[in-house]
Write a protein that binds this ligand. Structure first.
Ligand SMILES: C[S@@+](CC[C@H](N)C(=O)[O-])C[C@H]1O[C@@H](n2cnc3c(N)ncnc32)[C@H](O)[C@@H]1O
Length: 260
């Protein structure tokens, strides 16, 4: 089959499977198999595509997240290894990193803790963009920690990764950051979420617990749809000042932070 035919077939099958962006997904799968970029796929549409596309296409057709099928995913300036051991890093989480970097401006060699480090996305991006920071990431999931360690090693980023729960921030930190589980239930949500670790997604009250127990100058939290106001209020109640809500480009509240 030529690349042109493979692209058309893949797009059609992914659309039939209910995927929102069948063309982009087809391009990325084909690019992966051909060892090129999305635009590189179009450089020679007559080239032959071997059988290695089929198993990947079939996984995506079954609604496995594209990042797991490809085995890697971009986050800020990094390419992270991604698999079912940890949540796929989301674009909105890049705003968490952005906010943390703003708050850390002017603080030399800051001490930073990421609670629920997952694949390492936030912790590693912060270390990458603030090399003078001392960054620690904790998680209750050993699977996630093993993936985060592989990512840290592959990227040559010196981040301490260890087991730890929500109350890990009792010692003094300059900044505590977290993208905690904040979904009530996976019911009715897109099928891709079923492939991700449930305890990375489902949880209630995590923001408040972190805010209460953290000893930190700055706290930066990712929030779910409709949660920002309540989380901002909870931060104020436990003594955070300058509580700020940051919105994404679509106008959705994504991040709440405060200082004390
Ligand atoms: C939404 S994921 C975030 C992963 C990563 N920080 C990111 O933004 O892509 C939440 C993470 O919190 C971890 N987690 C769940 N319960 C926890 C707890 N009680 N203490 C610490 N981490 C927890 C999960 O294992 C998961 O890795």
């Amino acid at each position: 089959m030529t690349a042109r035919e493979a692209l058309a077939t893949a797009e059609q099958r992914l659309a039939a499977a209910g995927i929102d962006s069948p063309r982009v997904d087809a391009e990325l799968l084909l690019a992966h198999v051909l060892g090129t970029t999305r635009s590189g796929v179009y450089a020679d549409l007559d080239r032959e595509v071997d059988g290695s596309l089929e198993p990947l296409l079939s996984r995506r057709e079954q609604r496995e997240p594209l990042a797991y099928v490809l085995g890697e995913w971009g986050f800020r300036r990094l390419i992270l290894k991604t698999d079912a051991r940890a949540l796929v890093p989301r674009p909105e989480t890049e705003i968490v990193v952005e906010r943390a970097l703003v708050l850390l401006e002017g603080i030399p060699a800051p001490r930073v803790l990421d609670i629920g480090v997952g694949s390492g996305a936030i912790a590693l991006a912060l270390k990458d963009e603030r090399p003078d920071a001392e960054v620690v990431g904790v998680d209750v999931s050993r699977d996630a920690l093993s993936l985060a360690r592989e990512n840290a090693h592959a990227l040559g980023l010196d981040v301490e990764l260890r087991e730890g729960g929500l109350e890990s921030a009792a010692a003094g930190w300059d900044l505590v950051v977290s993208n905690p589980p904040y979904v009530d239930t996976l019911e009715g949500l897109q099928p891709e979420l079923q492939y991700e670790p449930a305890r990375a997604l489902v949880g209630q009250g995590f923001h408040e617990r972190i805010a209460r127990s953290a000893h930190t100058r700055f706290l930066v939290l990712e929030v779910g749809d409709g949660q920002a106001e309540a989380v901002a209020a909870a931060l104020s109640v436990v003594g955070y000042r300058a509580v700020t809500i940051t919105y994404d480009l679509a106008g959705l509240a994504r991040v709440v932070d405060g200082s004390r």
